[in-house]
Design a protein around this ligand. Structure first.
Ligand code: IMP
Length: 500
């Protein structure tokens, strides 16, 4: 007979945290959200830790290089989506690793033979008024001069005037070597009263521009997630089919950690993929696996060598797996069960394999609940899709700004590898996800700051200054359906949603 779990499978919404004693030290300023990303032995430190317990979902609509830079700046990590060619995914990883905060690769460039009319047209097109002049009008060509709006007077000059006649020539420009730090560049800008400073390589080829206004915006953030060369850290999604080609390309591009992206990960395919990586790279390449929803699935992937294990089937906001196939488990129950297995495995082996709660986080309070239930970090799709930094279009739907957000199992994403169960078929015979809109919510930083403030405040209510302490001390209660009504504003007439 089939095994029937005794407990119903529950979602985050069905739980509340019951406060514990808070000492005078329990203030949000004293809370650390540092958390392990990869497995470690008892008494040792994980090779990679996150400064905040958030990673962005392995999805076309969420994690490109722009999202990765924005999230690493705040201390989290993105997993670049794998449902694209190996070359394109590796190029995104490389762009994150090459990114230097405050160093801009020039978009609007001129050659000396272009005319004032060309300058005005380019300015109109791209909105920039600082235009380097390079030999071949490329962003990394030999630097010959610069044009800003101080160099020409439209009313007095012939539009056919050549750039070479009115540009500020190279010999009159202040430039600095490309090895200059952002702080040094900023000092040169102030000392020379410049608006921008071009950085050149040893052959006088243009490398970057640094702008006066960018220093404050990019002063280093104490939480930013950097590798030992001070480059942003980034993860990348892989699948159980083309790993022998994809993994080397991503490692070569500089990916710090990989994750097998699959809707259901308790499978031989995942074990084979992990084995291939261990055989070829030992423990040097970090790789997470999943998704699972019970202790058995966790143990299988932990024993197969996963650096972390991801939990969640059917709970994602764009996911219709449970409807389509009748598989999955309430996310809260899944996290609690897997956390128990993680702790047992740690007791037995002395190896701590972090777990990630993936999907189904709707409110900020769900994040604290997931952490309290034992998750080491959280993977979020819908949450990040709403921000400026997600790769999708911002659209006006009936007067409200929305961002597009579609599932990897939708017809739009065509990510057949995520739902692969072997065989030769290279297409989805039915969908497991939808194409949707989510309300546009502004910048990542603003939203993440607010969310973290709430998490820290709740942790203080529970008397916890760290995530492990929260997991030890948390007291959770299942709520009745009537007490859920009591939890929101009720029996009052709300004046305006913006006042609340
Ligand atoms: P969200 O944070 O609730 O939006 O869930 C995001 C998670 O849903 C992802 O990290 C994936 O694990 C999962 N997911 C992504 N696309 C699909 C899909 O099309 N069907 C089912 N699950 C999906």
């Amino acid at each position: 007979m089939a095994f029937i779990f005794e407990e119903p499978s529950r979602t985050f919404n069905e739980y509340l945290l019951v406060p514990g004693y808070s000492s005078a030290e329990c203030t949000p300023a004293n809370v650390s959200l540092k958390t392990p990303l990869t497995k470690f032995r008892k008494g040792e430190e994980p090779e990679i830790s996150l400064s905040i317990p958030m990673v962005s979902a392995i999805m076309q609509a969420v994690s490109d290089d722009g999202m990765a830079v924005a999230l690493a700046t705040e201390g989290g990590l993105s997993f670049i989506y794998g449902s694209q060619t190996i070359e394109d995914e590796a190029a995104m990883v490389r762009r994150v690793k090459d990114y230097k905060a405050g160093f801009v690769v020039s978009v609007a460039n001129l050659s000396p033979d272009m005319t004032l009319a060309d300058v005005l047209e380019l300015k109109e097109q791209c909105g920039y008024s600082t235009m380097p002049v390079t030999e071949d009008a490329t962003p990394n060509g030999k630097l010959l001069g610069i044009v800003t709006s101080r160099d020409y007077r439209v009313s007095r000059m012939d539009p056919a005037t050549k750039v070479s006649e009115f540009m500020t020539p190279r010999e009159k420009m202040v430039v600095a070597p490309s090895s200059t730090t952002l702080k040094e560049a900023n000092d040169i800008i102030w000392d020379n009263k410049l608006n921008s400073l071009p950085l050149v390589d040893e052959n006088d080829n243009l490398a970057y521009l640094v702008f006066r206004k960018d220093y404050d915006a990019h002063k280093s953030n104490p939480h930013e997630l950097l590798d030992e060369h001070k480059r942003y850290m980034v993860g990348a999604g892989i699948n159980t089919r083309d790993y022998a080609e994809r993994v080397p390309a991503l490692v070569e591009a500089g990916a710090d950690v990989l994750c097998i992206d699959s809707s259901e990960g308790y499978s031989q395919w995942q074990a084979d993929t992990l084995k291939w990586i261990r055989d070829h790279y030992g423990d040097d390449v970090k790789v997470g696996a999943g998704n699972v929803v019970d202790g058995e699935g966790f143990r299988f992937l932990a024993e197969a060598g996963a650096d972390f294990v991801k939990i969640g089937i059917g709970g994602g906001s764009i996911c219709i797996t449970r409807e389509q196939k009748g598989i999955g488990r309430g996310q809260a129950t899944a996290v609690i069960d897997v956390a128990k297995a993680r702790d047992e495995y740690f007791e037995e082996t002395g190896i701590y394999v972090p777990i990630c709660s993936d999907g189904g986080i709707v409110h900020d309070s769900h994040m604290t609940l997931a952490l309290a239930m034992g998750a080491d970090f959280l993977m979020l799709g819908r949450y990040f899709a709403r921000f400026d930094e997600s790769p999708t279009n911002k659209v006006n739907v009936n007067g409200t700004y929305m961002k597009e957000y579609w599932g990897e199992g939708s017809a739009r994403a065509r990510n057949w590898a995520r739902y692969d169960l072997g065989g030769d078929k290279k297409k989805l015979s039915f969908v497991e996800g939808v194409d949707s809109y989510v309300p546009y919510a502004g910048s990542l930083k603003h939203n993440v700051d607010q969310t973290l403030a709430k998490i820290k405040s709740t942790m203080c209510n529970c008397g916890a200054l760290t995530i492990p302490e929260l997991q030890q001390k948390a007291k959770l209660t299942v709520v009745s359906s009537t007490s859920i009504v009591e939890g929101g504003a009720h029996d009052v007439l709300l004046k305006s949603s913006t006042d609340n």
